[in-house]
Design a protein around this ligand. Structure first.
Ligand code: ATP
Ligand code: MG
Ligand code: MG
Ligand code: MG
Length: 479
């Protein structure tokens, strides 16, 4: 018999029909004659209510139907008299595939803390919250491809193992084939890492950008969408050691074109979620509003989740330069008693507290900051005429801070070369990158969107570890 997903059954009006459904028991309520089983198969955030006539089933079967058990049910679809549901299934036959000892099953039918759920990452997709997050994550990945495909961009696969350090930030994981017990030694008697990976020094990629630029210099419009790795021991709610990044790169785009694309892209993704994930968003919105009730008045978010998403789609992002932002930050008294933890002056790299102040307190909308000081940005950004700033742009979002980092790239060979020298970057490892400026160079721009930061924003979750199925952090890399 064909299994029908719960999502489909809940929308069905074929009452009286015989159907077959499979899934996991969320809860069971039992009275003398009848038991109500809430069944979920992951196709939707909602349950299907299974009505079980106690007298028609063996005690053994009834005993094995409990939270966490996996079952198959055949029965008749009926209009439900219960509140909040239109459809129920009157069970005629139930097969129990797998039981879950109610004493030991870690997922009890109550709300667990996010910290606890991280410890049982192998089971947390079964919770309603994580089911919702994972479905939204799926929809966003699909929407990323759709957005670019509809605009004539080509999906370029950039390498995971690479010799280049795009950001020059020294946050790379080394890839090595060296024997840990008996590694080759150099003339100083220490490990000869130049023999990594069959004779070459290689790392896990921190960004596909540099290779992406090579694609843009041939196909004009490309994007990458793949895993990136950063060996940063930053135990924040916004950093992972392994995260996914979307990096479009566009020939013949200047900084203005780049900002327009970034704003359109983010609005498209949020709108897509509103159109395709409304059930899941509604569930997460209610969940958040319950949490908000426990907060002090002044800490409460002024908008609900869905309201916040609509606001982003409907309002223009504020655009200003880094220099203007610094002025605002210096003049601001974010909180009379407490200044920023990191004080700001022209030249400091902005921390998320500064970014969030601009977005949440000052402009009360998403912000795009441009023209950052060159010494806090990577070598490849196009220099402004003033010699001090570069054509960088960061998109800042409420609750997140930086969600996108991008720039117009330096296309002039001499300028790029002298910047590489100035920053003491190992130029031999970038000979191929430099050649694109030697042969048929062209103005071009691009940016990187951290996929998990997008999901954080869209789901309203508070910690980046809770929007990826298997978070890689300094504490967790087991499975
Ligand atoms: P941050 O200032 O937050 O550390 P960054 O400036 O180091 O970010 P970029 O190198 O500009 O990051 O990377 C582009 C985008 O990738 C960022 O805007 C962000 O959305 C995302 N990102 C960067 N580092 C991480 C990380 N460790 N975990 C998750 N997403 C990240
Ligand atoms: Mg960083
Ligand atoms: Mg940054
Ligand atoms: Mg950045």
């Amino acid at each position: 018999e064909k299994r029908i997903p719960v999502k489909e059954l809940l929308q069905s009006t074929g009452f009286g029909k015989d159907v077959h459904v499979k899934g996991w028991v969320q809860t069971k309520r039992e009275s003398k004659n009848v038991a109500f089983v809430a069944l979920n198969d992951g196709s939707t955030v909602h349950h299907l209510q299974i009505v079980v006539d106690v007298s028609s089933f063996s005690e053994e079967t009834l005993k094995n139907i409990h939270t966490g058990a996996s079952i198959a049910v055949t029965g008749t679809l009926a209009e439900s008299q219960g509140q909040g549901q239109k459809v129920e299934l009157q069970a005629r036959h139930i097969e129990v595939y797998g039981t879950a000892d109610p004493e030991k099953y870690p997922l009890q039918p109550k709300r667990h803390s996010m910290e606890f759920l991280r410890e049982i990452a192998h089971l947390r997709p079964r919770t309603r919250t994580f089911g919702a997050v994972l479905r939204i994550r799926h929809a966003m990945a699909f929407a990323v491809h759709k957005f670019f495909n509809d605009r004539g961009f080509f999906y370029l696969h950039t390498p995971i193992i690479t010799g280049s350090d795009a950001e020059g930030a020294g946050e790379m994981f080394r890839v090595t084939t060296l024997d840990p017990v008996d590694p080759p030694l150099n003339e100083f008697g220490t490990v000869d890492f130049t023999q990594d990976f069959f004779g070459k020094e290689t790392n896990l990629t921190v960004s596909g950008q540099l290779e992406g630029e090579l694609g843009a210099m041939a196909l004009s419009l490309i994007y990458t969408f793949g895993p990136t790795f950063r060996a940063e021991n930053s135990n924040t709610a916004r950093h992972l050691a392994e995260f996914w990044m979307i990096e479009p790169e566009m020939a013949f785009y200047d900084l203005e074109d780049n900002m327009n694309l970034a704003e359109d892209f983010l609005k498209y993704l949020v709108q897509y979620a509103l159109e395709h994930c409304l059930d899941d968003l509604q569930f997460l919105d209610n969940r958040l509003q319950e949490e908000e009730k426990n907060k002090k008045q002044e800490d409460r978010s002024p908008m609900g989740l869905i309201e916040k998403l609509k606001f982003v789609v409907e309002n223009q992002f504020e655009r200003l330069t880094y220099t203007e932002a610094i002025d605002i930050l210096i003049k601001s008294k974010p909180n009379q008693k407490k200044q920023f933890v990191y004080p700001v002056s022209w030249g400091t790299d902005l921390q998320s507290e500064h970014e969030r102040y601009l977005v949440e307190k000052h402009f009360k909308k998403p912000v795009i900051l441009t023209n950052y000081p060159k010494h806090i940005k990577a070598f490849y950004m196009k220099q402004d005429e003033d010699g001090k700033t570069v054509r960088a742009m960061d998109v800042l979002f409420p609750g997140i801070g930086e969600i996108i980092g991008g720039s117009q790239r330096e296309e002039n060979y001499d300028k790029l070369y002298s910047r590489i020298q100035e920053m003491k970057i190992h130029e031999e490892s970038l000979w191929w990158y430099l050649e694109t400026r030697k042969y048929g160079t062209a103005p071009h721009s691009g940016f990187g969107l951290g996929f998990e930061r997008l999901i954080l924003f869209v789901t309203g979750m508070g910690n980046i570890r809770d929007v990826i199925p298997f978070p890689r952090t300094p504490q967790n890399a087991e499975f």
